[in-house]
Design a protein around this ligand. Structure first.
Ligand SMILES: Nc1ncnc2c1ncn2[C@@H]1O[C@H](COP(=O)(O)OP(=O)(O)O)[C@@H](O)[C@H]1O
Ligand SMILES: [Mg+2]
Length: 319
């Protein structure tokens, strides 16, 4: 058996020993993709085995997919271990199987991949509206972003240490101004309507959660699935495209021209929450000693430089 994981990965070993010897499941480990995400052969079929600390994250997906008739075309579905048994609990996690999607991650630097991503997201939104499965409640987007701003503020000393206070202040101010403008929208009403209509959000529309194979595209990783305005997914996808399109501004708007309220969509995209997310993600890696802080600050400066130009341009459109 060819097993591509580091020797002595005792967690993985124990898990698979248990699945095989005690549960007697027809499973074989093929590859460790990342901790708790494995490519396996199950009954000779390629699948994903994924572990969840919170069982409800997986259970929600299983219920949701049972009601989503269109799922086989647009997504990697959860699969049962045996008749109607979709979960197994072991080693502090609840485990689930998913269809394996052949292909590569979408590349948002590529026009075709961006078009496909918008298309499958629309398809997902359209075909899941009305699914009445109970959803795990989550905070509205602007609340999540307020928290992110607070976390950003907690890193301000780093900027002082590296004599980069001005960029910190500039980003922080932009975040405050754009976020306030975005938050002033009547989100309470809009959220309520979305809950009533059972509008579902994917919640994590990063390039690595889209898998493309020739002209087919599928969504994976529904761990952040929840109900809320579809607009939130469009805003987040717009932000994911943004670094590639800051110099082809009108193109960005083209992908989202069917969004019901383009003005508020643009206001959302302009909130530099994605820049803060990348900063915080990298900062945590710096703290763990995985990357250098000075390099990470340079990256932030570069990202901010081109974002600033985009914001200035877009401001004209909102006036
Ligand atoms: N159903 C699937 N088919 C093919 N590859 C998958 C599938 N599920 C996950 N992967 C691969 O594993 C990676 C991590 O899985 P994912 O469920 O997205 O975990 P995370 O929650 O950590 O983002 C994906 O980016 C993808 O490369
Ligand atoms: Mg993912």
């Amino acid at each position: 058996m060819k097993v591509e994981h580091t020797e002595g990965d005792s967690y993985t070993d124990r898990l698979f020993q248990w699945l095989l010897r005690e549960e007697k499941l027809p499973i074989r480990l093929e590859k460790v993709i990342k901790p708790k995400v494995y490519k396996v052969q199950y009954n000779g079929q390629p699948m994903i085995l994924k572990g969840y600390r919170r069982a409800q994250t997986l259970e929600q997906q299983i219920r949701f997919f049972q009601d989503w008739n269109y799922a086989s075309i647009a997504a990697a579905r959860p699969l049962p271990f045996q008749d109607n048994i979709y979960t197994k609990s072991k080693l502090g996690c609840t485990w689930g199987l998913f269809e394996w999607v052949q292909g590569k991650h979408a590349d948002f630097d590529n026009h075709y991949d961006r078009e496909k991503a918008v298309q499958v997201l629309h398809q997902f939104h359209r075909t899941t509206k009305g699914i009445a499965t109970l959803a795990i409640p989550r905070d509205p987007l602007y609340i999540k972003w307020e928290r992110r701003l607070e976390q950003f503020e907690e890193t301000q000393d780093v900027f002082s240490d590296y004599r980069k206070r001005s960029i910190y202040q500039e980003i922080r101010l932009s975040m405050i101004i754009q976020l306030e403008r975005f938050s002033n929208h009547p989100w309470g009403e809009i959220e309520e309507k979305a809950w009533e209509n059972n509008e579902w959000l994917h919640g994590d529309v990063a390039h690595h959660n889209f898998i493309i194979n020739n002209n087919e595209i599928k969504l994976i990783d529904f761990d952040l699935l929840h109900t809320g305005p579809h607009l939130y997914d469009h805003i987040q996808l717009g932000q994911r495209f943004l670094p590639y399109l800051e110099n082809q501004r009108s193109l960005l708007l083209q992908y989202f021209k069917h969004t019901p309220d383009p003005d508020i969509w643009l206001k959302g995209v302009l909130v530099p929450a994605d820049i803060l997310r990348e900063w915080l993600y990298g900062y945590r890696r710096c703290v763990r000693g995985e990357v250098s802080l000075s390099k990470h600050i340079k990256k932030l400066e570069k990202a901010w430089e081109s974002r600033r130009k985009f914001v200035r341009y877009a401001e004209h459109m909102l006036r």
